[in-house]
Design a protein around this ligand. Structure first.
Ligand code: NAP
Length: 305
């Protein structure tokens, strides 16, 4: 992680929640000299233990967002189903030129979020393959080295270079892209194939390498490719399937986030994964029975837990 070497003081960042990705980003930013505040449901100081990717431990004091209003830079690393509510809550506390970076799995429509913002406020999307988990509520572990893609969803502004520099520190290495959708659809194919099946089977990702699951995985991925392609983001079934199996192999011993959410009785991100595929498919009059089945099965499981 390159330290931030600005000519001006580092911009202060507010981070929503004390989740794994937010604390990973917050720890890396704070260690690089950025002032950080946490926007918490219950405002309180957090004495965080951060284990970096080289297994080095650091202790960091993170302060809650009670002062330093209005917020100028905001990272929103929450589950897809919480994004709208988080932004609605924070909206009155945003500066007129505030820059917001949202980061979550799955796809939600951006337009309702854009409609809430003032024309001068900026919205960005960051998609990450960095992996982190919380060993305890006060201990975050950077468990997998990945990378991130960042795209701006609103017009350019003077502070864009600063946002890119900060997100490189927070969750880089970073690639800035003009259109985030091709990245999101590719990730959606992987999530749609792995997350619900591992949650339903209550298994590690590696179990999906069994030929038993091949027809279901092929059906899920080919539906995502068909819907993405019809939406203007061409995706090839063979190469998408190859990526899914690469991820299954590379993460064989991991439990997916949806498997963990189901086991813990938490809400899942199924609406932003298979649900989004089904919504788009319906609009385009394309059948997506495999995604529909995963959506219904996950909803049924989480309803009874
Ligand atoms: N963890 C990873 O390795 C990883 C990797 C890639 C992508 N992602 C994606 O990144 C997103 C975040 O993941 P995560 O693992 O960091 O999730 P997480 O641990 O659930 O963190 C989200 C945090 O935000 C809090 N929150 C939500 N709405 C809030 C609000 N309005 N005000 C204050 N706090 C709020 C949640 O609090 P409560 O728990 O009290 O609701 C939770 O502590 C998800 O979409 C995930 O799929 C995660």
């Amino acid at each position: 992680m390159a330290p931030y070497t600005p000519t001006q003081p580092a911009l202060s960042w507010s981070i929503v929640g004390r989740g794994a990705i937010g604390l990973l980003a917050g720890a890396r930013l704070q260690l690089a000299g950025y002032p950080i505040k946490l926007w918490l449901k219950t405002p309180e100081e957090l004495l965080l233990t951060f284990t970096d990717i080289q297994h080095q431990e650091q202790r960091l004091l993170m302060l809650p967002q009670q002062t330093d209003l209005p917020i100028r830079q905001l990272l929103v690393p929450v589950k897809a189903y919480d994004v709208d509510n988080a932004i609605t809550q924070i909206l009155p506390h945003l500066a007129d030129h505030a820059q917001l970076v949202i980061s979550h799995n799955g796809i939600i429509p951006f337009q309702p979020l854009l409609d809430k913002l003032k024309p001068e406020q900026g919205l960005w999307f960051l998609s990450t393959s960095q992996a982190a988990y919380k060993a305890t509520p006060e201990h975050v572990i950077h468990s997998g080295a990945g990378m991130s893609f960042l795209a701006k969803l609103t017009a350019e502004s003077n502070s864009d270079a600063d946002i890119i520099a900060a997100m490189t520190t927070a969750l880089g290495p970073l690639s800035v892209v003009a259109d985030i959708y091709p990245i999101l659809w590719q990730k959606l194919a992987i999530n749609a194939a792995i997350n619900p099946l591992t949650a339903i089977e209550n298994c590690q990702n590696g179990q999906l390498a069994s030929p038993y699951y091949q027809p279901q995985i092929e059906a899920l991925v080919s539906e995502v490719c068909q819907v993405a392609t019809a939406s203007g983001f061409p995706m090839d079934v063979a190469s998408s399937l190859a990526k899914v199996y690469q991820v299954i192999t590379a993460t064989a011993n991991n439990f997916s986030s949806m498997q963990q959410d189901v086991q813990a009785g938490r809400q899942t991100e199924i609406d932003a994964i298979c649900g989004y595929v089904c919504q788009q498919a319906a609009q385009l009059q394309i059948a997506a029975p495999a995604n529909q089945q995963m959506l219904l099965q996950i909803k049924a499981i989480t309803a009874v837990i």
